[in-house]
Design a protein around this ligand. Sequence first.
Ligand SMILES: *Cc1c(COP(=O)(O)O)cnc(C)c1O
Length: 403
Amino acid sequence: MWFRPEPESPPTAGLPLGLADMGGAVPAPLTALAAQWLGVDEAQLECSGTAALTVALTALADHARARREVVIPAFTCPLVPLAIRRAGLQVRLVDLRAGHFDMDPDRLDDACGDQTLAIIPTHLGGRVADVAHANAVARAVGAFVVEDAAQALGARIDGAAAGTHGDVGFFSLAAGKGLSIFEGGLLVARDATVRDSIRRASRRIAGWHPGWELRRTLELAGYAAFYRPRGLGVAYGGPLRRALGRGDLLGAAGEHFDANFPLHRVGRWRRAVGARAFHRLPRFIETTAAQARARVPALASIPGVHVFTDDGGTWPYLMLLLPDEATRDAVLQRLWASRHGVARMFVHALPDYPYLGTMAGSEDVPAARDFAARTLTVTNSPWLDDACFEHVCAVIEATIVSR
Ligand SMILES: *Cc1c(COP(=O)(O)O)cnc(C)c1O
C-alpha cells in the first residue's frame, strides 16, 4: 500500500467497536442493559453527557424554582458550565483540594446555601470523587446532588456504581469515553418523581433533529472504522499534531466547545450499536483495570510524580501530577505529539477559558489553576504496548531528573 499510517494509541481507553456491532439482533435496549448493570430501575439516553446534564438540571430547576445556582469544581470539563447555562441556571465555582481533583470540602460548605439548586461532584478519569460529603452538604442546604460520572461509567464506590450515590448521575458515551455511540449520555435518578420530570424535560428540550442524527450516524460509522491503531494516526493523531503545530492547545485537547451544543433524540441505529457492544464493556473494564494496576507502580516510582489511584474506579488513562508546570510542559513537549497517548486533561481551570466568560467564584481558584498546570494523562489503552509505556516512563523520568 502506498500510504500506511503509523500506529497510534488513543489518549483514553475506549471500547473498540467491531463490524458485528453495526447490525444484527439487539439483545435488549441500551438503556435497559445500562440500568441493569448500574443496579438502578431505569436509565435514560440523551445525545451527549452535556445534554444529559442539561436535561437533568432543567428538570431539577422545576422542583425548586427559587434556587438558581449550580456548584461545580473549578477544574472540570468546560461543557459543564455550558450545560448549566443552557438550563437557564448560574455557575458557582468551588476551588479544589490542594493537589487533588475534588472540591475543597470547606469551600464547598461555604459556597452552598438556599440559592443552591445542585452540587456536582465530579469523578475524573475514572477516579472517584467524594460524593458522601457533597450529599451531606446538599442535605443540609436542601440542594440536589448530580454526580458527573461522564468519565467513570463502570466505576464503583463501596460496591455501588459511581453515578448512583447522588440524586442524579450522568455518564458520557462520547468518542473515547469507554462505551461510545460517538456522542451520547446516560442519565439515572434515584427518585421516581425526579425520573418523571427528567423524562418530561427531555421531551420538551431534546426533540428529533434528523440532520444531527444523520451526522452522528456517519460519525459513529467513521469512529468504528478508524478506532484502531492505524486509523487513529489519521483520525486523531493528524489533527492533534496540526493543532499543536499551530499552538492551538484547546484544539489539541478538543476543547473548542460551543454554547449552542445540540440537544436531540438519539436514533434507533446508534442505540442498537451501543446495545450490541454493551456486553463487552465489563470485561474491557476488567482488562484495562488490570493493565493500569500493573503500570501504576512504574510511574509512581518516578521521584516527584503522583499517580491518582483508588479501589473501585475505572481506568481510561493514568492521571499524573508533576512537580511543577515547567516540568509538566517539558514532558508534554516531548510526548504530546508522540503516538503514545500522552495528553493534557483539561487545558485550563474554568476561569481561564475565554469563551466561558465570568462565573461566580472565579476570583479565587489557586488550587484548580495549580492542578491544571501540573497534570497530564497517559493513556490506558491496551494498544499502548509495554515497550511504548516504558518509553513514556523513561521520558518522564529523564525530564524530571534533568531539571
Ligand atoms: C466529557 C465530559 C462531560 C461531557 O460529556 P459529553 O458526552 O462529552 O457531552 C462532562 N463532564 C466531564 C467530567 C467530562 O469529561
